[in-house]
Design a protein around this ligand. Sequence first.
Ligand code: SF4
Ligand code: SF4
Length: 420
Amino acid sequence: MGLEKYQNDMAGCSRCSSCKWVPFNQMKSWRFAKACPSISRYNFHAYSGSGKMNMGLSMLEGRSQLTDTVSDIIFHCNLCGACEVSCKIYRDDIDLGEVLEELRTYCVEQGQLVPEHMALIDALKREDNVFGEPKSERGAWADGLGLKDMNREKADILFHAGCRYSYDSELSPIVKGAVELMRRAGADIAVGGREEACCGGRAFELGYRGEMQNFADDMNSRVKASGVSTLVTACSDCYSAFKYLYPRMGKELPVKVMHITEFLSEAVDAGKLCFNRQVPMTVTYHDPCHLGRRSEPYLGEWEGDKLLRPMDRKRTGRKGIYGPPRHILESIPSLELKEMERIKEYAWCCGAGGGVLEAFPEFSAWTAMERIQEALSTGADALVTACPWCTRSFRDAMSTNGVRLPIYDITEIAIQALGS
Ligand code: SF4
Ligand code: SF4
């Protein structure tokens, strides 16, 4: 089974518990020193990255079995990757994130299924989106915008909206703004419309790798047929799938993949996009896990002793997308960026990832509220992020808890800063 591949990783865990905390040299206060939502919420070692590996090794060695309780703990995890960043500082021979993913695949193979995840996979099979909404309505967000159809017209760039932006009517205006920004920068854009499908990343995270491969194959054939040279997405989850998961599964897209923040940041530097309207506001920026530490490019398989791996072959979280969103915000006149305590590869998760939003909404909202409290502590007027899943998670958690803090996608702020 796949877990065997990670026997040394799991056996190597020294139970130092560093995976529960941001690294010492990054701690700024006790209040915001924790890294892992799962152990922080449930306060029992099994919920930590280490604990999950300990359980995995025990099952692999036949000392324990996969019970409902063990499976429940494995899935109470956002797959945010914060534990791996902290672990890597002390133990560079443990690929903790891959072990957590493999444990989910093991659960699915053993028939330990989460009903809410099964419903999501069923929705993907029926309608090619995680919500089970009609496939025929996928491209409705772009109606009337006059964008090219990738299936019929040639263009330089394919804009991939993703499931959340395509079907979450409160958030769909954000991608309209994103393509408007791209057009103002002179981009020649096509969209997939009703033919666009899920990236498949969520299926991978839930442990259904075969499903993910189907979506990756479909995406590859449509991108190849379209003739575009670049794919741009405003969804961090999709970006992480295209940038990291597809190459890892041997399905790398034959085009340049960019997140909207990379595209806009380059457009600002090239003088193609000018922010000349003042936005007098103090904001703090939330690094989405899937745009940050989980978007590091795939570095290839390492055969043999992981202790001998050179630094540039280790996933440390440092090569995620952190500069471009900050560059955009810093280019906007009168806007001030106030950073939270945990930023970049050490950022706290929004709570939406890993199927937690769907299966364990209370845990998801608790995780989001922890981040909102951190944002409020900066005194900023608003929280800005760059992922529709983070935006949805924060807005829902605040509405449930009666807390008010404006949440913006970074493109909404950039649109405000465009002059006429
Ligand atoms: S930081 Fe790594 S080695 Fe230490 S307890 Fe966590 S998983 Fe184990
Ligand atoms: S991936 Fe995130 S939630 Fe899961 S164990 Fe690691 S730090 Fe905790």
